[in-house]
Design a protein around this ligand. Structure first.
Ligand SMILES: C[S@@+](CC[C@H](N)C(=O)[O-])C[C@H]1O[C@@H](n2cnc3c(N)ncnc32)[C@H](O)[C@@H]1O
Length: 228
């Protein structure tokens, strides 16, 4: 543990909430202060139940908070299977990969809604028109043909996962979609940093990672208005 008056860095098993809480208290964690929690490719190493407990604990503990999660998605296709197999071969099991796998089965498993409800909420239509106005046609076709289920189902699930564990607002977007929404000048800047002749590989990778965020309180800070 590295501890000072202004900064503390420590290790903890995120599956053990009482231990995590105790350690944070020792570092004078103040749950009244607006708090940003960031998880980068970590929840996927825990079972869905363990990550749900963590999300629930965070939502219940802080008065004003934002949770940002970056991790795999669309793991139900060939690309995902190869990633899972490669990691498994190195004795690294993604215990929570089910959460990032088939969102349709997740949807059925974790929510008691009917298929029809999804159509009625308009997400599918909203999503596809959004996507088609932003992405060049060729990229859109690649995007659609490599996904084994509609993208917005994933988004619906990711949002539900956060909302059902105590967060007040939730949003989720895959990196491919996010990248397509960046200002052209920013894309040019990024793409000029290093020569990249395999755009398809980058796109494939971005289709398999997503950014999700959730907020609790913080209306006065504009937390609820954060969008893309
Ligand atoms: C792919 S790396 C992500 C790196 C991470 N974003 C970082 O900034 O260090 C996965 C990390 O998750 C951590 N991890 C996996 N299971 C964990 C758990 N139950 N509690 C805490 N950390 C865990 C591993 O130790 C590893 O550092």
């Amino acid at each position: 543990m590295l501890d000072s008056k202004r900064y503390c860095i420590m290790g903890a098993d995120l599956r053990d909430i009482p231990e995590l809480e105790e350690k944070l208290k020792k570092c004078n964690m103040n749950t009244q202060l607006p708090t940003l929690l960031i998880a980068e490719c970590v929840l996927v190493y825990m079972t869905p139940e363990q990550s749900a407990n963590l999300l629930k604990w965070a939502a219940n503990s802080f008065e004003t908070a934002m949770f940002i999660n970056y991790e795999q998605v669309n793991m139900d296709d060939r690309f995902g299977q190869i990633m899972i197999e490669n990691l498994r071969r190195r004795q690294c099991d993604l215990a929570g990969v089910e959460t990032c796998k088939s969102l349709e089965s997740q949807y059925r498993k974790s929510e008691n809604k009917k298929e029809d409800d999804r159509g009625q909420n308009g997400l599918l239509r909203e999503e596809s028109s959004e996507g088609s106005s932003r992405l060049p046609r060729a990229r859109l076709e690649l995007y659609d043909s490599t996904c084994s289920f509609p993208i917005s189902l994933h988004r619906t699930f990711q949002k539900e996962r956060l909302l059902s564990n105590g967060w007040e607002t939730a949003s989720a977007i895959d990196m491919m979609n996010l990248y397509s929404k960046l200002p052209r000048a920013e894309v040019s800047r990024i793409e000029s940093l290093e020569f990249l002749d395999e755009m398809e590989l980058l796109e494939q990778l971005m289709q398999h990672y997503c950014l999700c965020w959730a907020t609790k309180g913080g209306g006065e800070l504009g937390l609820k208005e954060i969008t893309y």
